[in-house]
Design a protein around this ligand. Sequence first.
Ligand code: F58
Length: 827
Amino acid sequence: ETAAPEDAGDVAVAAPKPTPRRNDSASLAKEIAEKLTYAIGKDPATARRHDWLEAVTLAVRDRIVDHWLASNSRNVQSGAKRVCYLSMEFLIGRLLRDAIINLGLSEAVRDALSAYDVDIDLLETLEPDAALGNGGLGRLAACFAESMASVGIQGFGYGIRYVHGFFRQEIVGGEQVELPENWLAHGNPWEFERRERSFEIGFGGKVTTIEEAGKPPRQVWRPAERILAVAYDTPVVGWKGTRVNTLRLWSAQALDPILLDAFNSGDHIGALLEANRAQSITQVLYPADSHLAGQELRLRQEFFFSSASLQDIIRHHLKRNGGDLSTLPDKVSIQLNDTHPAVSVAEMMRLLVDVHGLGWDESWDITKRVFSYTNHTLLPEALETWPVNLFERLLPRQMQIIYAINAQIIREATQKGLDGAKVSAISLIDEGSGRRVRMGSLAFVGSHAINGVSALHTELMKKTVFNQFHELYPERIQNKTNGVTPRRWLLECNPGLTDLVTEAIGPGFKDDITKISGIDKLADDAGFREKFMAVKLANKQRLAKTIEERLAITVDPTAMFDVQVKRIHEYKRQFLNLVETVALYDQIRSHPEIAWQPRVKIFAGKAAPSYANAKQIIHLANDVARVINADPSVQNLLKVVFLPNYNVSLAELIMPAADLSEQISTAGLEASGTGNMKFALNGALTIGTLDGANVEMLEHIGEDNIFIFGLTAAEVAARRAEGQSGREIIDASPILKGALDSISHGVFGEPGRYNNLVDNLYGNDWWMIAADFEAYWQTQRRLDALWQDSDAWGTKAVRNTARMAWFSSDRSIREYAKDIWDAPTSV
Ligand code: F58
């Protein structure tokens, strides 16, 4: 075993340590040229832009490595609690600017490169956008990883090194086309392969009972299939580089790369079959965001990274703690990011009981104290369950363990007086629709703390999905409202605003985002407000340029930029926004006497490839854009834009350029939202429902500065229970009816193309689009009126930025550290 950074090596060498890299621009300039020459093998005179990017990345990386090794030796010395964040997804985005800003190298890098006449801003855009995630859940994991490093937690991210991340979206003839993503095509300078850090992962096979005289019987799992999980480490740089943590992603490899016997006997393809089969586990990210993938490969992925991570955690603990596993909960916390790693509960029990020989009760106690679980959705179609027979075939020993846990939980419940129906509600096995393992329940019972991601969501968790568990274990559910890292989502994406705030109140807010409230008192200061809106305008010009380049649509940067960017889903109600857009288009044309305010409606987002209605919504957005943008009668008042291939980098361009943020999900269905936070932090006003973290944003920003409309979660539940259709509402609203008619009658494409979307509203209006339309429409018109008063708008915009500090992921992470992990910060 050679030395991974957090370990002492097996060869003690008294070699002198290399001198840490220096941060002045002259040193950087020299090293960049050296990297170009000796690491990349290019002459600066003939190097391509990608070569320069790699050279800069390697030079910056050297500085990160200095901090990384220092952090790792501090970890060993302090022995402080480690927090392991297990997540199937890390939606990282680009890393170069993040590293440069967090290390305070912006000016030095710029100066160093100007000597070669190379522009760092341009180089940064050449970096591929690491998209190892679908949306909010994966991006939250990335924000949390950065915040753990920034607030000084010994954090470890564990996930999967997908060869192909989230698909690339193109719009062809108005429709989404999915293309493979290939972020590793030109290599990945941020990762360090740790071949020595690899673990065997089994699948299938049999469990045998071993009986030895005088000892309790033991279970031994002999998997039919065994593959290797190999670690790839990426440094996670915190603010000021004070701490650099590790993101460890697992890659699947065959134990034998080639079956030589088969190859030699002429079966050249068969010789590689096993290797291909093994590698397929980490080939591609499942692109379904809110419903079950359900395939065997998905369960393989889940177990693969769970088992590798747990084996790594146990190995490390044994090595550092004299081989004593009883102290594991004092030294490690493991956070399960949704149920995707929930099989970890059973695998931990297997490792403790079968492999390390601990007793069942002690193991169960350790397991519960180590794990905690975050729930991110209440949508029934997204709650993970697996068929018992698939589970049994793939993970026979884990299935036995789940049965044993289940028996124990049911015993406990019965002792506490629970009756039949209540007992089947808490069973880990759903006996209803074919027998299925409930992963949420497994994660719940195996954890000491379970959290929702906004106050409302947590309350709904207690009342709905985990109602029976909450009765049984009333102390376990807590709330941890999401947050976003202010480094990426303010300092890096909005340098103009960062400089303005620095000029106004000094740079202290960069270290402590709560200090940004210092600009609140300037909201009524005309001079400051104008500068604030000038920054906004510059950001809008930047976005307008991208829209022109990518779509050949000219938008007026002084118009209101009204933005809805996120995954496309019925519950997020992009359709509501589009119906309002069409209604506005009709009204502008039929009422030219009204003082309509110029708007640009901007949409972006990907639909799951198998989600037909979501794809229809994308098609409609593009159809509506095509027709409206070509109509000279509304040209200066309304434009519609669908920006293809929404990803982290595009978000960094869009968030700072928005005037209005659309957070209009059907109340009770958006667990938290995090885009809502990024927009408001960058001075956009929100139009939104009382859903997810919008509720808490209202409390922090104040009701004068946010535009809330629509049914509450309780009202939605009541209407759904009544099964009310939208017909009456539509018939009573000429504006809504007119818009729906033009959508179904072929104003925006063939007649009938959108019948399905429209008919749903006349039917049971499940997503409350008809029900909320009038309130939404009126609120939009209030916003038109406000837009006319640019001082009043500017004041509210400033207050949004001033009052969003609480939604920093540093705050979220500190709460997890204190209430769930019992882990020290600032180590
Ligand atoms: C999101 N979930 C929530 N899931 O929808 C959002 O409200 C919340 O802010 C965010 O998590 C962070 O807590 C989400 O993004 C997924 O993408 C899963 C991916 C794997 C399949 C199931 C959905």
